[in-house]
Design a protein around this ligand. Structure first.
Ligand SMILES: [Fe+2]
Length: 351
Protein backbone atom coordinates (compact mmCIF):
# COMPACT_ATOMS: atom_id res chain seq x y z
CA UNK A 1 0.00 0.00 0.00
CA UNK A 2 1.73 3.20 -1.16
CA UNK A 3 -0.88 5.77 -0.18
CA UNK A 4 -0.64 7.62 3.12
CA UNK A 5 -2.20 5.83 6.06
CA UNK A 6 -5.07 7.69 7.62
CA UNK A 7 -5.00 8.01 11.41
CA UNK A 8 -8.05 9.34 13.26
CA UNK A 9 -7.41 10.77 16.75
CA UNK A 10 -10.49 11.01 18.98
CA UNK A 11 -10.06 12.92 22.24
CA UNK A 12 -12.22 15.57 23.92
CA UNK A 13 -9.16 17.47 25.20
CA UNK A 14 -7.60 19.69 22.55
CA UNK A 15 -4.16 19.54 24.18
CA UNK A 16 -4.08 15.72 23.93
CA UNK A 17 -5.14 15.79 20.26
CA UNK A 18 -2.38 18.29 19.60
CA UNK A 19 0.35 16.20 21.31
CA UNK A 20 -0.65 13.01 19.49
CA UNK A 21 -0.97 14.77 16.13
CA UNK A 22 2.44 16.40 16.58
CA UNK A 23 4.16 13.09 17.32
CA UNK A 24 2.43 11.16 14.53
CA UNK A 25 2.62 13.84 11.84
CA UNK A 26 6.40 13.65 11.96
CA UNK A 27 6.00 10.38 10.04
CA UNK A 28 5.83 11.18 6.32
CA UNK A 29 3.32 8.55 5.36
CA UNK A 30 0.68 9.33 8.02
CA UNK A 31 -2.29 11.56 7.33
CA UNK A 32 -3.86 12.79 10.55
CA UNK A 33 -7.48 13.77 11.19
CA UNK A 34 -9.00 14.82 14.50
CA UNK A 35 -12.33 14.47 16.31
CA UNK A 36 -13.39 15.75 19.72
CA UNK A 37 -16.41 13.52 20.42
CA UNK A 38 -17.81 10.05 19.66
CA UNK A 39 -21.01 11.17 17.92
CA UNK A 40 -19.21 13.09 15.18
CA UNK A 41 -16.95 10.08 14.62
CA UNK A 42 -19.90 7.74 14.15
CA UNK A 43 -21.71 10.20 11.88
CA UNK A 44 -18.73 10.81 9.61
CA UNK A 45 -16.75 7.57 9.71
CA UNK A 46 -18.12 6.19 6.44
CA UNK A 47 -17.31 9.39 4.55
CA UNK A 48 -13.62 8.88 5.06
CA UNK A 49 -12.65 5.52 6.53
CA UNK A 50 -9.38 5.71 8.49
CA UNK A 51 -6.77 2.94 8.62
CA UNK A 52 -6.48 3.16 12.41
CA UNK A 53 -8.25 5.01 15.27
CA UNK A 54 -6.71 6.28 18.49
CA UNK A 55 -9.68 6.52 20.84
CA UNK A 56 -9.85 8.23 24.20
CA UNK A 57 -11.89 6.40 26.85
CA UNK A 58 -13.08 9.17 29.13
CA UNK A 59 -15.13 11.60 27.09
CA UNK A 60 -18.37 13.44 27.92
CA UNK A 61 -21.73 12.22 26.51
CA UNK A 62 -20.26 9.11 24.82
CA UNK A 63 -17.23 7.35 26.26
CA UNK A 64 -14.70 5.32 24.27
CA UNK A 65 -16.38 1.99 25.05
CA UNK A 66 -19.70 3.22 23.67
CA UNK A 67 -17.99 4.59 20.58
CA UNK A 68 -16.20 1.30 19.82
CA UNK A 69 -19.44 -0.65 20.28
CA UNK A 70 -21.16 1.58 17.72
CA UNK A 71 -18.23 1.37 15.28
CA UNK A 72 -18.11 -2.44 15.49
CA UNK A 73 -21.68 -2.59 14.23
CA UNK A 74 -20.91 -0.73 11.00
CA UNK A 75 -20.00 -2.92 8.00
CA UNK A 76 -16.75 -1.82 6.35
CA UNK A 77 -15.71 -0.02 9.54
CA UNK A 78 -15.78 -2.79 12.12
CA UNK A 79 -12.36 -4.11 11.12
CA UNK A 80 -10.50 -0.82 11.64
CA UNK A 81 -7.94 -1.35 14.43
CA UNK A 82 -8.68 0.81 17.47
CA UNK A 83 -6.02 1.73 20.05
CA UNK A 84 -7.41 3.10 23.30
CA UNK A 85 -5.68 6.09 24.84
CA UNK A 86 -6.28 7.21 28.36
CA UNK A 87 -4.77 8.20 31.63
CA UNK A 88 -6.55 5.36 33.33
CA UNK A 89 -4.12 2.66 34.35
CA UNK A 90 -6.34 0.25 36.28
CA UNK A 91 -6.37 -3.36 35.06
CA UNK A 92 -10.17 -3.61 34.70
CA UNK A 93 -10.28 -0.78 32.15
CA UNK A 94 -7.51 -2.41 30.15
CA UNK A 95 -9.34 -5.75 30.12
CA UNK A 96 -12.59 -4.06 29.09
CA UNK A 97 -10.78 -2.19 26.31
CA UNK A 98 -9.61 -5.45 24.75
CA UNK A 99 -12.94 -7.15 25.40
CA UNK A 100 -14.75 -4.41 23.47
CA UNK A 101 -12.50 -5.06 20.46
CA UNK A 102 -9.56 -2.71 20.97
CA UNK A 103 -6.28 -3.96 19.55
CA UNK A 104 -4.05 -2.10 22.00
CA UNK A 105 -3.93 0.30 24.90
CA UNK A 106 -1.68 3.31 25.39
CA UNK A 107 -1.55 5.31 28.61
CA UNK A 108 -0.86 8.98 29.14
CA UNK A 109 1.63 10.62 29.33
CA UNK A 110 2.69 9.37 25.93
CA UNK A 111 6.08 8.00 25.20
CA UNK A 112 6.81 9.13 21.67
CA UNK A 113 8.77 6.01 20.59
CA UNK A 114 6.26 3.62 22.14
CA UNK A 115 3.33 5.41 20.51
CA UNK A 116 4.95 5.33 17.06
CA UNK A 117 5.98 1.69 17.45
CA UNK A 118 2.48 0.56 18.45
CA UNK A 119 0.70 2.55 15.75
CA UNK A 120 3.13 1.31 13.14
CA UNK A 121 2.74 -2.33 14.23
CA UNK A 122 -1.06 -2.23 14.04
CA UNK A 123 -1.02 -0.46 10.70
CA UNK A 124 1.31 -3.14 9.32
CA UNK A 125 -1.02 -5.88 10.58
CA UNK A 126 -3.99 -4.05 9.04
CA UNK A 127 -2.24 -3.78 5.66
CA UNK A 128 -1.44 -7.52 5.73
CA UNK A 129 -5.01 -8.40 6.69
CA UNK A 130 -6.44 -6.19 3.94
CA UNK A 131 -4.06 -7.77 1.46
CA UNK A 132 -5.12 -11.25 2.55
CA UNK A 133 -8.80 -10.34 2.28
CA UNK A 134 -8.29 -8.96 -1.21
CA UNK A 135 -6.42 -12.10 -2.28
CA UNK A 136 -9.19 -14.27 -0.84
CA UNK A 137 -11.78 -12.32 -2.79
CA UNK A 138 -9.75 -12.66 -5.97
CA UNK A 139 -9.38 -16.39 -5.33
CA UNK A 140 -13.12 -16.78 -4.74
CA UNK A 141 -13.88 -14.85 -7.94
CA UNK A 142 -11.43 -17.00 -9.87
CA UNK A 143 -12.88 -20.21 -8.40
CA UNK A 144 -16.41 -19.13 -9.31
CA UNK A 145 -15.24 -18.31 -12.83
CA UNK A 146 -13.49 -21.69 -13.18
CA UNK A 147 -16.54 -23.56 -11.87
CA UNK A 148 -18.68 -21.80 -14.47
CA UNK A 149 -16.22 -22.65 -17.24
CA UNK A 150 -16.04 -26.32 -16.20
CA UNK A 151 -19.81 -26.60 -16.07
CA UNK A 152 -20.14 -24.97 -19.54
CA UNK A 153 -17.47 -27.30 -20.96
CA UNK A 154 -19.15 -30.35 -19.38
CA UNK A 155 -22.49 -29.48 -20.99
CA UNK A 156 -20.73 -28.92 -24.34
CA UNK A 157 -18.93 -32.25 -24.05
CA UNK A 158 -22.15 -34.06 -23.14
CA UNK A 159 -23.93 -32.54 -26.14
CA UNK A 160 -21.04 -33.46 -28.42
CA UNK A 161 -21.10 -37.03 -27.09
CA UNK A 162 -24.85 -37.30 -27.71
CA UNK A 163 -24.33 -36.02 -31.29
CA UNK A 164 -21.55 -38.55 -31.92
CA UNK A 165 -23.65 -41.39 -30.49
CA UNK A 166 -26.62 -40.31 -32.63
CA UNK A 167 -24.43 -40.19 -35.75
CA UNK A 168 -23.04 -43.66 -35.04
CA UNK A 169 -26.54 -44.95 -34.26
CA UNK A 170 -27.76 -43.68 -37.63
CA UNK A 171 -24.85 -45.30 -39.47
CA UNK A 172 -25.70 -48.54 -37.72
CA UNK A 173 -29.40 -48.22 -38.46
CA UNK A 174 -28.88 -47.88 -42.23
CA UNK A 175 -26.53 -50.83 -42.21
CA UNK A 176 -28.62 -53.14 -40.13
CA UNK A 177 -32.11 -51.88 -40.87
CA UNK A 178 -34.02 -55.07 -40.04
CA UNK A 179 -33.45 -54.28 -36.37
CA UNK A 180 -35.75 -51.23 -36.41
CA UNK A 181 -35.85 -49.69 -32.97
CA UNK A 182 -33.69 -52.49 -31.52
CA UNK A 183 -30.90 -50.19 -30.35
CA UNK A 184 -33.33 -47.79 -28.68
CA UNK A 185 -35.11 -50.61 -26.86
CA UNK A 186 -31.78 -52.07 -25.70
CA UNK A 187 -30.94 -48.63 -24.24
CA UNK A 188 -34.25 -48.52 -22.39
CA UNK A 189 -33.95 -52.07 -20.98
CA UNK A 190 -30.34 -51.44 -19.96
CA UNK A 191 -31.19 -48.24 -18.07
CA UNK A 192 -34.05 -50.04 -16.26
CA UNK A 193 -31.76 -52.90 -15.19
CA UNK A 194 -29.04 -50.48 -14.02
CA UNK A 195 -31.57 -48.55 -11.96
CA UNK A 196 -32.91 -51.71 -10.29
CA UNK A 197 -29.33 -52.93 -9.78
CA UNK A 198 -28.73 -49.80 -7.65
CA UNK A 199 -26.28 -48.07 -9.99
CA UNK A 200 -25.79 -44.33 -9.49
CA UNK A 201 -27.52 -41.71 -11.61
CA UNK A 202 -24.42 -41.08 -13.71
CA UNK A 203 -24.05 -44.77 -14.56
CA UNK A 204 -27.72 -45.00 -15.54
CA UNK A 205 -27.44 -41.90 -17.72
CA UNK A 206 -24.33 -43.24 -19.44
CA UNK A 207 -25.62 -46.77 -20.04
CA UNK A 208 -28.81 -45.37 -21.56
CA UNK A 209 -26.69 -43.32 -23.95
CA UNK A 210 -23.98 -45.83 -24.79
CA UNK A 211 -25.99 -49.09 -24.91
CA UNK A 212 -27.19 -47.97 -28.33
CA UNK A 213 -23.62 -48.33 -29.58
CA UNK A 214 -23.31 -52.02 -28.73
CA UNK A 215 -23.47 -53.16 -32.35
CA UNK A 216 -21.84 -50.13 -33.97
CA UNK A 217 -19.15 -52.46 -35.36
CA UNK A 218 -21.72 -54.03 -37.67
CA UNK A 219 -20.95 -51.18 -40.10
CA UNK A 220 -17.87 -53.26 -40.92
CA UNK A 221 -19.76 -56.53 -41.55
CA UNK A 222 -20.98 -57.32 -45.05
CA UNK A 223 -24.66 -56.80 -45.85
CA UNK A 224 -25.00 -60.33 -47.19
CA UNK A 225 -23.91 -61.73 -43.83
CA UNK A 226 -26.00 -59.33 -41.74
CA UNK A 227 -29.12 -60.04 -43.76
CA UNK A 228 -28.57 -63.74 -44.28
CA UNK A 229 -31.73 -65.72 -43.55
CA UNK A 230 -31.05 -68.91 -41.63
CA UNK A 231 -28.07 -70.08 -39.59
CA UNK A 232 -24.46 -68.99 -40.02
CA UNK A 233 -21.76 -71.47 -41.00
CA UNK A 234 -18.93 -71.70 -38.40
CA UNK A 235 -16.78 -69.44 -40.65
CA UNK A 236 -19.56 -66.91 -40.99
CA UNK A 237 -20.10 -66.94 -37.24
CA UNK A 238 -16.42 -66.09 -36.70
CA UNK A 239 -16.69 -63.25 -39.23
CA UNK A 240 -19.81 -61.98 -37.47
CA UNK A 241 -17.93 -61.98 -34.15
CA UNK A 242 -15.61 -59.37 -35.63
CA UNK A 243 -18.30 -56.73 -35.09
CA UNK A 244 -17.23 -56.34 -31.46
CA UNK A 245 -13.59 -55.80 -32.48
CA UNK A 246 -14.56 -53.36 -35.24
CA UNK A 247 -16.83 -51.50 -32.81
CA UNK A 248 -14.03 -51.28 -30.31
CA UNK A 249 -11.66 -49.94 -32.99
CA UNK A 250 -14.20 -47.31 -34.04
CA UNK A 251 -14.60 -46.07 -30.47
CA UNK A 252 -11.03 -46.53 -29.29
CA UNK A 253 -9.00 -43.30 -29.24
CA UNK A 254 -12.20 -41.37 -29.99
CA UNK A 255 -12.16 -39.90 -26.49
CA UNK A 256 -15.56 -41.47 -25.82
CA UNK A 257 -16.27 -42.76 -22.31
CA UNK A 258 -14.77 -46.11 -21.32
CA UNK A 259 -18.29 -47.45 -20.73
CA UNK A 260 -19.10 -47.14 -24.45
CA UNK A 261 -16.00 -49.15 -25.37
CA UNK A 262 -16.74 -51.81 -22.73
CA UNK A 263 -20.30 -52.27 -23.95
CA UNK A 264 -19.20 -52.59 -27.55
CA UNK A 265 -16.32 -54.95 -26.86
CA UNK A 266 -17.79 -57.20 -24.17
CA UNK A 267 -21.54 -57.46 -24.83
CA UNK A 268 -21.15 -61.00 -26.23
CA UNK A 269 -19.12 -62.32 -23.29
CA UNK A 270 -21.00 -64.92 -21.20
CA UNK A 271 -21.08 -65.34 -17.42
CA UNK A 272 -19.54 -68.85 -17.67
CA UNK A 273 -16.70 -67.71 -19.96
CA UNK A 274 -18.06 -69.32 -23.14
CA UNK A 275 -18.81 -66.05 -24.96
CA UNK A 276 -16.64 -64.00 -27.34
CA UNK A 277 -14.15 -62.50 -28.05
CA UNK A 278 -12.09 -62.31 -24.82
CA UNK A 279 -13.85 -65.25 -23.11
CA UNK A 280 -14.14 -63.29 -19.88
CA UNK A 281 -16.33 -64.73 -17.14
CA UNK A 282 -18.24 -63.63 -14.03
CA UNK A 283 -17.44 -60.27 -12.50
CA UNK A 284 -14.46 -59.75 -14.79
CA UNK A 285 -16.98 -58.80 -17.49
CA UNK A 286 -17.74 -55.10 -16.93
CA UNK A 287 -21.19 -54.64 -15.36
CA UNK A 288 -22.40 -52.44 -18.23
CA UNK A 289 -21.59 -55.24 -20.72
CA UNK A 290 -23.37 -57.87 -18.57
CA UNK A 291 -26.46 -55.65 -18.47
CA UNK A 292 -26.47 -54.90 -22.21
CA UNK A 293 -25.87 -58.62 -22.97
CA UNK A 294 -29.22 -59.54 -21.41
CA UNK A 295 -31.06 -56.52 -22.84
CA UNK A 296 -29.71 -57.30 -26.33
CA UNK A 297 -30.64 -60.98 -26.23
CA UNK A 298 -34.11 -60.32 -24.77
CA UNK A 299 -34.86 -57.90 -27.57
CA UNK A 300 -33.51 -60.23 -30.25
CA UNK A 301 -35.71 -63.04 -28.89
CA UNK A 302 -38.97 -61.09 -28.90
CA UNK A 303 -38.28 -59.43 -32.30
CA UNK A 304 -38.72 -60.78 -35.78
CA UNK A 305 -35.41 -61.21 -37.57
CA UNK A 306 -34.53 -62.26 -41.13
CA UNK A 307 -33.49 -65.62 -39.75
CA UNK A 308 -36.38 -66.14 -37.26
CA UNK A 309 -39.90 -65.22 -36.20
CA UNK A 310 -40.49 -63.27 -32.98
CA UNK A 311 -40.68 -65.45 -29.90
CA UNK A 312 -43.44 -64.92 -27.36
CA UNK A 313 -42.58 -63.16 -24.10
CA UNK A 314 -43.08 -66.49 -22.29
CA UNK A 315 -40.62 -68.24 -24.57
CA UNK A 316 -38.06 -65.44 -24.10
CA UNK A 317 -38.59 -65.65 -20.33
CA UNK A 318 -37.95 -69.39 -20.40
CA UNK A 319 -34.75 -69.04 -22.48
CA UNK A 320 -33.33 -66.22 -20.35
CA UNK A 321 -34.10 -67.74 -16.93
CA UNK A 322 -32.68 -71.10 -18.01
CA UNK A 323 -29.47 -69.30 -19.06
CA UNK A 324 -28.94 -67.76 -15.62
CA UNK A 325 -25.38 -68.54 -14.49
CA UNK A 326 -24.38 -69.81 -17.95
CA UNK A 327 -25.00 -67.01 -20.44
CA UNK A 328 -26.14 -64.36 -17.99
CA UNK A 329 -25.16 -62.89 -14.61
CA UNK A 330 -27.71 -64.51 -12.19
CA UNK A 331 -28.26 -61.19 -10.40
CA UNK A 332 -29.20 -59.51 -13.68
CA UNK A 333 -31.56 -62.38 -14.56
CA UNK A 334 -33.27 -61.85 -11.18
CA UNK A 335 -33.69 -58.17 -12.04
CA UNK A 336 -35.10 -59.07 -15.47
CA UNK A 337 -37.65 -61.37 -13.78
CA UNK A 338 -38.73 -58.44 -11.60
CA UNK A 339 -38.90 -56.04 -14.54
CA UNK A 340 -40.48 -58.48 -17.01
CA UNK A 341 -43.73 -56.50 -17.39
CA UNK A 342 -41.86 -53.26 -18.04
CA UNK A 343 -39.71 -54.98 -20.68
CA UNK A 344 -42.84 -56.19 -22.42
CA UNK A 345 -44.29 -52.66 -22.37
CA UNK A 346 -41.12 -51.22 -23.94
CA UNK A 347 -41.03 -53.92 -26.61
CA UNK A 348 -44.61 -53.04 -27.58
CA UNK A 349 -44.34 -49.24 -27.40
CA UNK A 350 -41.02 -49.00 -29.26
CA UNK A 351 -41.90 -51.63 -31.86
FE1 LIG B 1 -23.63 -57.60 -30.95
Amino acid sequence: MNRKKKILIVDDIAENRKILATILSKEDDYEISLASDGKSVINNIEKEVPDIILLDIMMPSMDGFEVIKALKSIEGVKDIPIIFITAITDVDSKILAFKEGGVDYITKPFNKQELLARVNTHLTIKVLQDDLKEKNHLLQDREAHLEKLVSEKTIKLENMTISIVNALENANFYNDNDTGNHIRRVSEYSALIAEEYGCDVNFIKKIKLYASLHDVGKVGISDSLLKKPGKYTPEEFIEMQNHVKIGYQILNNSGIDEMARNITYYHHEKWDGSGYVQKLSGDSIPLEARIVALADVYDALVSKRVYKEAFSDDKAFEIITSSSGSHFDPKIVEIYVKLRKKFLEISTVLE
